[in-house]
Design a protein around this ligand. Structure first.
Ligand code: AMP
Ligand code: MN
Ligand code: MN
Ligand code: MN
Length: 288
């Protein structure tokens, strides 16, 4: 497991809010030159057996993955889990509990949108949903683009789906300590996803990192599709400061919506410790 491996350890299939089948993401990753891949659907690991099989058929090394929705200090934080045992029952039950409530939330989102004249959003979003347990804001965004309410999904989020906007519904996700524990107790490594995306001041961010580590969290995404170069540099420093393993993942969702394609990220700075080196014993499909 070398430092410069083209590892992409964060992306989504249509088992959550991506648009491609797990097999299609695997094929696209391999075609993009990805050498080590993890599928990290939101709160759901149902796509992993198919993803694993497709990866191994393509000769691409594979790690189990998931991205867990967590509520922390009034904000939604995403924790990526890598290299866990996907049969672990506490992890599976925790994820099921985290998914639970998405449908009721979606009904409330649709009611909020109807109140500003956008009718039929629940049924409209459902047209884009392949996993009935996983209705996400992204599916609503696709419907609002389809109906011409907005030109692009990021505009839908800005105008309708973020805090204070008509389709936003606050939700209680998993607790940080539970999410980290489910991953770690299943033999995996927990990683703070896209840290620059949270609206934390320095005090809340410090609390996130220190509590995450206290609960057994070990990694941070330094390179992700949503980090600017400045943010990459900043979180490389944070990884050093907190002695965290560094991860790298595109957060790819779809060819139409994602700016960064699978595997299309810079190399990790040499002074960082890649999470995949620590996970080497958990990697599947390595050449013998
Ligand atoms: P949910 O888990 O239902 O709250 O949906 C969260 C998902 O919405 C994220 O995983 C992203 O895929 C997507 N998302 C969040 N914010 C934005 C944004 N500003 N622009 C585009 N997609 C976003
Ligand atoms: Mn998503
Ligand atoms: Mn995320
Ligand atoms: Mn993601």
């Amino acid at each position: 497991m070398n430092h410069l491996l083209n590892a992409d350890l964060h992306c989504h299939s249509n088992v959550s809010d991506g648009t491609l089948l797990p097999e299609a993401i695997a094929a696209r990753a391999a075609a993009q030159g990805v050498e080590l891949w993890a599928l990290t659907d939101h709160d759901e690991i149902g796509g992993l057996p198919r993803a694993r099989e497709a990866a191994l058929d393509l000769g691409m090394a594979f790690l189990t993955g998931v991205e867990i929705s967590v509520s922390f200090a009034g904000e939604t934080v995403h924790i990526v889990g890598l290299g866990f045992d996907a049969e672990d029952s506490a992890l599976r039950e925790g994820l099921a509990a985290t998914r639970n409530g998405r449908r009721d939330r979606a009904r409330l989102m649709a009611a909020g949108l109807a109140a500003v004249g956008i009718e039929g959003a629940f049924e409209g979003a459902l047209k884009y949903v392949t996993n009935p347990d996983l209705i996400s804001r992204t599916h609503f965004a696709r419907f609002l683009v389809e109906t011409g309410v907005c030109a692009a999904t990021h505009e839908v989020f800005r105008r309708y789906l973020t805090e204070g906007k008509p389709g936003y519904v606050p939700h209680a996700w998993a607790r940080l300590k539970d999410a980290v524990r489910w991953i770690s107790d299943a033999g995996g490594i927990a990683v703070i996803a896209h840290p620059a995306r949270y609206r934390f001041g320095p005090t809340a961010e410090y609390a996130l990192f220190t509590e995450f580590i206290a609960h057994g969290g070990r990694g941070v995404e330094v390179l992700t599709g949503s980090h600017s170069h400045t943010e990459q540099v900043r979180y490389a420093e944070t990884a050093v400061e907190f002695d965290l393993l560094a991860s790298r993942g595109s957060d790819f969702h779809s060819p139409e919506e994602s700016r960064v394609d699978l595997g299309e990220l810079p190399d990790l700075p040499g002074r960082l410790h890649p999470v995949w080196v620590a996970l080497a014993p958990r990697v599947q499909g390595l050449p013998q």
